[in-house]
Design a protein around this ligand. Structure first.
Ligand code: NAD
Ligand code: UGA
Length: 458
């Protein structure tokens, strides 16, 4: 089966880049990315330098495919109806209320998509789970699709996305693997093959793995859990290094040179952030509890607990380094994005550290090369809202933050400089000859040479 038209619901960090690459590599397929957020769609259709998502190489891909066979639209129903294959790439955040709040994935956006697909479809469709979902979600999706369908046949596939932000285009061009889960029925196999045919346009066949639906769904959660577990493992050892005089970078190198372990994801840091690791592990923990596997749940929960410990430990290091008194002291926060090369700040460690410092009375000068001022303020506003404070109280606290245009501006006149994101500009800065040499530096990413004066590192 050769697919000629695709609709992707959700024009976010996954839907936008993945569909842009599919459109680039498959010029014969019409790819329409739809979203209910009209501002986001307008930005996708706007100037290439202002796309809603910053990813190296993305603008170049969009420049070639947009208007040719790649389209961004708010016409959700129409695009669903016209497509043979529909990807669901909507958000699946941690639930904030109801059963499983704070742990389980909120599937309301995915369920809304399924209802929408069932309501408007007049011809058979292949529905692809691109969002990260708990194992056995396809069962629920099928229930919704078939309950509301008018005799239309739906095939549900799982095709989780493994791209990392900051390297999305590179990851999509040269994926380690593409995972496709489908039913082992005749129509299931044909649908899997249809999706294999699409990826085969640029991914070597041996890297396209086909499995049953449940393995595919669970492999995604498990992959993220394994990656995050490595970071928490190395971070749990960084504090032991401090106590014993060992050096965590030397430890990472020595451990990673064992090819059975490998060198990636062993960089000690202020903790992992981003929209997925925490939510996906909490989701895994919730699933284990659901199946009565308390020991397994606790094992994975520990990865999150170490991450929280590390963020707090870094904030405490800064507070102790300034003799426990931050009242009225200016502190520079360098970096707000959860990692370098992205404008995304979801679950960024920076906001938790900033929160602790503000609570201790500090005045913050924040500088990030990519994250916009509004976003920084919204991040903190949302964090404070969870503490039950009113809007007026929050606005009053946030007067203690100034967003700076340059690194130089941010570090002048401060008592401490905290590095929270590993941006190149921070790595390449001449720290030995900085203007404000009296300020203590707290490096949460270990990117500054240990020979620099007045430096403390995570
Ligand atoms: P996102 O929040 O950037 O984008 C989701 C988009 O879906 C939003 O623009 C939202 O408006 C839209 N949407 C929600 N409900 C809709 C509906 N009913 N109809 C139309 N549009 C709707 O999210 P994201 O970062 O792209 O993540 C999407 C999924 O992919 C999540 O499950 C996530 O776990 C997974 N994932 C994310 C990454 C990543 O790096 N961000 C990587 C791999 C997998
Ligand atoms: C992660 C996975 O790497 C992707 O494969 C996955 O598709 C994605 O989650 C997802 O499901 O959303 P992402 O969160 O974009 O990608 O970024 P990562 O590169 O994994 O970094 C996550 C966090 O870990 C960042 O805060 C980063 O700074 C931190 N990190 C990473 C470390 O602290 N140390 C390391 O050695 C590596």
């Amino acid at each position: 089966m050769e697919i000629k038209s695709i609709c992707c619901i959700g024009a976010g960090y996954v839907g936008g880049p993945t569909m842009a690459v599919i459109a680039l590599k498959c010029p014969d397929i019409k790819v329409t990315v739809v979203d209910i957020n009209s501002d986001r769609i307008a930005a996708w259709n706007g100037p290439l330098e202002n796309l809603p998502i910053y990813e190296k190489g993305l603008a170049e891909v969009v420049a070639i495919a947009r208007g040719r066979n790649l389209f961004f639209s708010t016409k959700v129903d129409q695009s669903i109806e016209e497509a043979e294959m529909i990807f669901m790439a909507v958000n699946t955040p941690t639930k904030t209320e109801g059963e499983g709040a704070g742990m389980a994935a909120d599937l309301s956006y995915v369920e809304a998509c399924a209802k929408n697909i069932a309501r408007v479809s007049k011809t058979d469709k292949i529905v692809v789970e691109k969002s990260t979902l708990p194992v056995r979600t396809a069962e629920k999706i099928k229930e919704i699709l078939f309950e509301k369908s008018n005799g239309v046949h739906f095939e549900v596939l799982s095709n989780p996305e493994f791209l990392a932000e900051g390297t999305a285009i590179q990851d999509l061009f040269k994926s380690d693997r593409v995972l496709i889960g489908g039913d082992e029925t005749e129509t299931g196999k044909l649908s899997v093959q249809a999706l294999v045919n699409i990826y085969s346009k640029w991914i070597p066949k041996e890297k396209i793995l086909t499995t049953n639906v449940w393995s595919s769904e669970l492999a995604k959660l498990a992959s993220n859990a394994m990656l995050a577990q490595r970071i928490s493992s190395i971070n749990s050892l960084s504090v032991l290094c401090e106590k014993t005089g060992a050096n965590i970078d030397e430890l990472s190198k020595a451990i990673g040179m064992d090819h059975r372990i490998g060198s990636k994801f062993l960089k000690a840091s202020v903790g992992f952030g981003g929209s997925c690791f925490q939510k996906d592990i909490l989701n895994l923990v919730y699933l284990c509890r659901h199946y009565g596997l308390e020991e397994v749940a606790e094992y994975w929960h520990q990865v999150i607990k170490i991450n929280d410990y590390q963020k707090n430990r870094f904030a405490q290091k800064i507070i102790d380094g300034l003799d426990g008194d931050l009242k009225g002291k200016k502190i520079a926060i360098l970096g707000w994005a959860f990692k370098a090369n992205t404008n995304d700040s979801r679950e960024t460690p920076a906001k938790y550290v900033a929160f602790r410092l503000l609570e201790a009375g500090a005045l913050l000068h924040v500088f990030d090369p990519m994250v916009e001022e509004d976003k920084i303020r919204i991040d903190l506003h949302d964090l404070y809202k969870n503490t039950g404070k009113s809007k007026d109280e929050i606005d009053f606290i946030l007067k203690n933050i100034e967003i700076m245009e340059t690194l130089e501006e941010a570090i002048s006149e401060v008592k401490a400089i905290c590095v929270l994101t590993e941006w190149e500009v921070f790595k390449n800065y001449d720290w030995d000859n900085r203007s404000n040499s009296k300020a203590k530096i707290f490096d949460g990413r270990r990117i500054i040479s240990k020979t620099v004066a007045n430096l403390d590192r995570i």
